[in-house]
Ligand binder design. Structure first.
Ligand SMILES: NC(=O)c1ccc[n+]([C@@H]2O[C@H](COP(=O)([O-])OP(=O)(O)OC[C@H]3O[C@@H](n4cnc5c(N)ncnc54)[C@H](OP(=O)(O)O)[C@@H]3O)[C@@H](O)[C@H]2O)c1
Length: 290
């Protein structure tokens, strides 16, 4: 029997799965949700490393077509090689190098995606920069150039990417967008001021875009949400020992949600539903609780 009580987390999120055993665990997705991803097209930024790579490969494992983006073509190649090593059919992974700070680059990228498909079902914005090194007090000492580059990558970049992808996303019955944020977006930790600001702005971009798209396309199944992926060992965080595959279970739960799911909400990779500003926690689990 379905439980209808108010709940501020999604139980059943699995964070310690070995990616090589994906056929056995499907990253924690029930079969019907796994099947929902098959044959759909997704665009993942930051897919040459870290979380973006893991998300792209998990989607390919589920049978999705995945456009993988980043600036370094050799890193995109490594993503494909890692997929092959995991036994994933990487013929559905298509490299689309792009610098998300450049609108011209993004328009070119969308054109090359359009050569393959007329519509995208999902976009995952994972590309970002960490707090630039070089100063302990960024908000008083950071150069304008380094501030501008951080904001161009972490805020303007995801906005430009969403904007460029919108014609392809809007072509179907609905779409999913995920923005990878950070608890930095809720924090004021000294030394990380400009990164904190970038993630706080990204949170607002996610919620505001969700509200705008819902108003613009009331007939479509739109789910635009923000995910805090937490700590993992990636290029930007060499201090962690956690695998970036830990984020995959929650990402796939969000991307495979049937119509009527969350739009404009905040989640943590462990299944917790979060509040941000005036947005309360999404009130029901994202997986059926029977
Ligand atoms: N790892 C953590 O502990 C942690 C914690 C909280 C939040 N996050 C968030 O998780 C997301 C993924 O980060 P990650 O940990 O996976 O770090 P990562 O391995 O450093 O990945 C960042 C990716 O962004 C790409 N990128 C940077 N600038 C770009 C640009 N201008 N255009 C296109 N791509 C660009 C990089 O590729 P190229 O250099 O090849 O372009 C790289 O693949 C980020 O949003 C990050 O803020 C991570």
């Amino acid at each position: 029997m379905r439980l209808f009580q108010k709940c501020v987390s999604t139980p059943g999120i699995l964070q310690n799965l070995h990616p090589a055993s994906w056929r056995d665990h499907r990253f924690g997705l029930p079969q019907d949700r796994w099947e929902r991803l098959k044959g759909r097209s997704f665009w993942i930024t930051g897919a040459g490393t870290g979380y973006g790579r893991c998300i792209a490969l998990a989607l390919a494992a589920a049978g999705a077509r995945v456009f993988i983006s980043g600036r370094r073509i050799e890193k995109l190649r490594e993503t494909v090689e890692e997929g092959t090593a995991l036994g994933i059919d990487v013929s559905r992974c298509i490299s689309v190098p792009v610098d998300i700070r450049s609108d011209e680059d993004l328009v070119r990228a969308v054109r090359s995606i359009q050569h393959v498909t007329a519509s995208l079902y999902g976009l995952v914005n994972s590309a970002a920069l960490p707090q630039p090194p070089g100063t302990v007090f960024p908000l008083t000492d950071q150069s304008v150039a380094s501030w501008t580059d951080l904001l161009a990558t972490n805020v303007t970049g995801p906005w430009l990417t969403c904007r460029a992808a919108m014609p392809l996303l809007g072509n179907g019955e609905g779409f999913r967008i995920l923005l990878l944020s950070s608890f930095a977006g809720w924090a004021s930790t000294p030394g990380f001021g400009s990164y904190n600001i970038s993630k706080s702005a990204l949170n607002t971009l996610g919620a505001s875009l969700a509200a705008e798209c819902a108003m613009k396309h009331p007939d479509k199944d739109i789910q635009i949400n923000v995910l805090v992926p937490g700590e993992a060992r990636t290029e930007m965080n060499q201090g962690s020992t956690e695998s970036p595959y830990a984020v995959v279970s929650m990402v796939l739960v969000l991307l495979s949600h049937p119509p009527g799911g969350p739009n404009g909400f905040f989640f943590n990779r462990d299944g917790r539903h979060l509040a941000f500003a005036y947005t309360q926690e999404y009130p029901q689990p994202l997986l059926d609780v029977r």
